[in-house]
Ligand binder design. Structure first.
Ligand code: KG4
Ligand code: ZN
Length: 391
């Protein structure tokens, strides 16, 4: 099955084409085409993602990225197409709320053959709603123009399934069926969640943050230390430098809710503790590094402790880390080392570096499983949902 996938939930615009085949040990995927444009540089001056700008950039870039992905896949065949008036009218109606997209769309699609794909998958949530809508309407318009099946994908399911893949070369990916129950720790700019899958592709939310998401805390701490957006990788770099100097424990930070008998998290107290230690203080470079070290250590300890409790109480056999924060070297190390010692029967899955941030490959992976289950979306009623949940 060939799937075209579209991702616009935040500040990455991405289109990918994957081919999936069922093998003996699981599913094998080949990335036929992959085109991604990050808007990070544009959002930096706002110190975070600015939704109206994200929406405009998605609308501007989706058509060129579609052409790039199809071309790489060898599926862009130039040909003059005449569009039936009813189809043309429907597309204009669907794209009405996406300024700038209609003309680009029609100009491009009247110059290419319908590509040989089986379905179109699109992220419909969660994320920034104005940004999500661009992708959703683009996918609806494509499905109309090409008469293809449409699949609605939950962005977080994309993060989970991409963590389960192994990919030696960034082109072929294999996804062996994980041992169930599977526990997923989803850590990103908008989410900190523990999700239990007793069955494949079914989810039960068992814990979440009561305030800030862990990625959000990283981003805010970065700002306190005078670092640019997105702050996660910047804080991590500082902490790594402190570690190289021998990991001086200059600051002691709280580990919120560490011993509470539940699977919930809280990061706002930790963030405030960093604020208290840094505000109006003229910290030296080394002190900032030591503070980053203390923050990253506290965040990793809390994430690990709550996840371990959840593994024990649910009897999960597999653990997937997913979302932007799963790129963090220290967090991955804490999980790898402590699990190997304390719960060696649990298999740990982390995404390859090129799959940790938002991308369309992960949307194609999740979209494939939904399409395989014949879970198709209705073109007329598909909506973007910024708060979409997994369960
Ligand atoms: O999944 P993602 O790309 O977008 C969302 O869906 O939110 O996650 C972005 C978040 C940002 O908060 C960013 O600072 C954080 O992931 N992040 C990191 C690292 N790389 C990205 N946080 C900690 N350490 C990192 N290396
Ligand atoms: Zn994400």
């Amino acid at each position: 099955m060939k799937i075209l996938a579209i991702e616009t939930s935040c500040d990455e615009t991405a289109v990918a084409v994957l081919e999936a085949t069922e093998g003996e040990a699981g599913t094998n995927f080949v990335v036929l085409g992959n085109a991604l444009l990050s808007q990070i540089e544009l959002h930096k001056e706002y110190g975070g993602v600015y939704p109206a700008l994200a929406k405009r950039e998605h609308a501007k870039n989706l058509v060129p990225l579609l052409e790039a992905a199809l071309s790489e896949a060898g599926l862009l065949i130039e040909d003059t197409q005449t569009m039936a008036p009813a189809v043309h009218e429907k597309i204009v109606e669907i794209l009405e709320r996406e300024p700038g997209l209609t003309e680009l769309f029609l100009a491009s699609l009247t110059e290419m053959e319908v590509p040989a794909i089986d379905a179109i998958a699109v992220t419909s949530g969660p994320g920034l709603e104005p940004a999500l809508w661009v992708g959703v309407n683009f996918a609806r318009a494509l499905a109309t123009a090409w008469n293809k099946l449409l699949v609605s994908v939950n962005h977080m399911e994309g993060h989970i399934v991409s963590a389960l893949t192994t990919s030696p070369d960034k082109i072929t990916l294999s996804l062996p069926a994980p041992k169930l129950p599977l526990l997923s720790l989803l850590i990103s700019g908008g989410h900190t969640e523990l999700v239990l899958s007793k069955n494949w592709l079914s989810y039960e939310l068992i814990g979440q943050t009561r305030d800030d998401a862990v990625g959000e805390a990283f981003d805010k701490v970065a700002r306190m230390l005078g670092l640019p957006y997105p702050g996660g990788p910047e804080v991590s770099k500082l902490a790594e430098r402190a570690r190289e100097r021998g990991g001086v424990q200059e600051f002691v930070l709280p580990r919120p809710m560490l011993h509470d008998p539940n699977f919930d998290f809280s990061f706002s107290g930790l963030k405030t503790a960093v604020l208290y230690l840094s505000k109006d203080k003229d910290l030296s470079v080394e002190q900032k590094e030591n503070l980053a070290l203390a923050f990253e250590g506290a965040a990793a300890d809390v994430l690990y402790a709550k996840t371990k409790r959840a593994l024990e109480e649910t009897g999960a056999e597999s653990l997937a880390l997913g979302g932007g924060v799963s790129a963090n070297t220290h967090i991955k190390r804490v999980f790898r080392e402590r699990l190997a010692k304390e719960m060696p029967h649990v298999s740990l899955f982390t995404p390859d570096a090129y799959l940790t941030g938002d991308n369309a490959i992960m949307i194609a992976l999740a979209g494939y499983y939904r399409a395989k289950n014949s879970e198709f979306a209705d073109l007329e009623t598909l909506r973007a949902n910024g708060n979409m949940s997994l369960s």
